[in-house]
Design a binder for this molecule. Structure first.
Ligand code: GDP
Ligand code: IMO
Ligand code: MG
Length: 437
């Protein structure tokens, strides 16, 4: 059996959707374990583009079990739209399973997310405004509405009543009538419950049975380690734990169910929203990276901030997730730069050198990146399918990254398409392509 966790090793949007879709070919199930529809995972198959916010990136394989685990937060409107959209495109969604214990994003969570950002003004986090933070806050306060509650009118109304009062107070300065009508809200959400009832299940049991009978299960992370509420660049983070360890709590398995951990990282770095970003290129070069890489958010369409690859942060991601393999995506975007830079250490405000990712917010906010310069390559590499198809300098770039971080690069992305991938000779995964085995 193999439990394989796939997480973002930067600030999200690393190409997790593409990597999960690729590896899911050899897995029985794909399980989302945290986050909600703040995520946007893109898969391009045979020229057709799919964007998933809640449904796991394995759904394109007919009948594949695709689980939205208990650690996720679900906006049922987005979920039902996603299901309808897939059905309309002829995709079989019968493998979808939704944890009865996952939390539900309610209309007041979205209003609170907007209000919270407005209140912060210049200090705002730049959230996706999808209600993620307020929903997780209610979960922690034990005022949350869970998927199972959508199936029982009496319970739902009782729980909404308990949850809604403090929201009215909090929202009053922002809206005179925050349209929080219990009855219409309950009616709307009961309808959603009815619509998704067929997919609701005891998803932990389902995953145990697969693992216990020797099947491969992929745990699909959303966001990335640097957006982790405990280990990321707090407070400029999301409200869940995108680190690999959360695959256990977010789906109901134990640490010994996990055999491999893959970290997905771009060959450079992007970030949407506010917060520190030591290797940011706030100049023409950054704009060029954004244009070449098509760096505009999948969920909100916002331009992504761009910068050179940060190996201090990537090494941190490797340790905190106990990565076994790296997937480096978007190497093709670096083609044509004469010289490439990779950050190998930070310099603090008073000149101190940091080889490790600083735990202290003030240090990180003032850290500047120090770089190693590596030669670039001119060639278009989008047609490369094996390491030997890559220019020597591209291979050296990957080797440098792998040596620095101490983790083998198992796959390399050279374009958005499913086939635009290289399995390296260092991939030892149980999901490795037969040719690389
Ligand atoms: P995710 O949130 O981690 O799944 O990533 P997103 O889907 O938000 O963003 C990644 C973007 O990069 C998507 O538009 C992908 O189609 C695209 N992409 C993924 N891998 C590659 C690659 O190797 N090269 C290029 N050029 N694009 C890629
Ligand atoms: P995927 O799964 C990139 C960022 C937001 C904001 C911060 C908090 O596609 O990689 P939130 O709405 O979660 O409260 O916003 O987190 N963010 C992401 N950035 N990719 C994502 O998901 C993100 N999900 C949230 O931009 O800075
Ligand atoms: Mg994304």
């Amino acid at each position: 059996m193999a439990g394989i966790v796939i997480v973002g090793a930067q600030w999200g949007d690393e190409g997790k959707g593409k990597v999960v879709d690729l590896l899911a070919e050899r897995a029985e199930a794909v399980v989302r374990f945290q986050g909600g529809n703040n995520a946007g995972h893109t898969i391009i198959r045979d020229g057709e583009t799919f964007k998933f916010h809640l449904i796991p990136s394995g759904i394109l394989y007919p009948g594949r079990k695709c689980v939205i685990g208990n650690g996720c937060v679900i906006d049922p409107k987005v979920l039902t739209d996603e299901i309808d959209g897939l059905k309309a495109r002829g995709i079989d969604v019968s493998g979808l399973r939704i944890s009865a214990n996952a939390h539900v994003i309610m209309p007041y969570h979205m209003l609170l997310d907007h209000a919270g950002e407005a209140r912060l003004g210049k200090l705002q986090i730049g959230t996706t405004r999808r209600g993620i933070g307020p929903c997780y806050a209610d979960k922690a306060s034990r005022l949350g509405i869970r998927v199972q509650d959508l199936l029982d009118e009496k319970i739902l109304k009782k729980k909404i009543t308990a949850a809604i009062e403090p929201k009215r107070l909090a929202l009053r300065p922002f809206a005179k009538d925050p349209s929080l009508d219990l009855h219409s809200m309950a009616e709307e959400y009961l309808t959603y419950g009815h619509r998704i009832e067929q997919f609701i299940a005891d998803t932990s049991s389902l995953v145990w049975d697969l693992l216990d009978t020797g099947k491969n299960v992929i745990f699909e992370g959303a966001q990335g380690v640097l957006l982790d509420i405990d280990h990321g660049t707090y407070p400029f983070v999301t409200s869940s734990n995108p680190v690999a360890g959360a695959a256990t709590t977010g789906s109901g398995v134990g640490p010994r169910d996990i055999d491999e951990v893959w970290g997905v990282a771009k060959a450079y770095v992007t970030r949407v929203g506010a917060g520190p970003f030591p290797t940011e290129l706030d100049d023409d070069l950054g704009a060029e990276l954004r244009e070449r890489g098509g760096e505009f958010g999948t969920t909100t369409g916002r331009p992504r901030r761009t910068g050179w690859l940060d190996l201090v942060a990537l090494k941190y991601a490797a340790r905190i997730n106990t990565l076994t393999s790296l997937a480096i995506t978007k190497l093709d975007v670096l083609s044509g730069f004469d010289r490439l830079h990779v950050c190998t250490r930070y310099r603090g405000e008073e000149g101190a050198i940091f080889d490790r990712f600083p735990y202290h917010q003030s240090v990180l906010h003032h850290a500047t990146a120090e770089y190693e310069e590596l030669p670039g390559w001119k060639e278009d590499i989008s047609l490369a399918r094996s390491e030997s198809d890559l220019p020597a300098t591209a291979r050296e770039y990957l080797q440098y990254v792998s040596d620095f971080v101490g983790i083998p690069v198992a796959i390399v992305g050279v374009g958005p398409g499913r086939e635009q991938i290289i399995w390296t000779s260092s991939s030892q995964s149980s999901l490795a392509a037969p040719t690389a085995a």
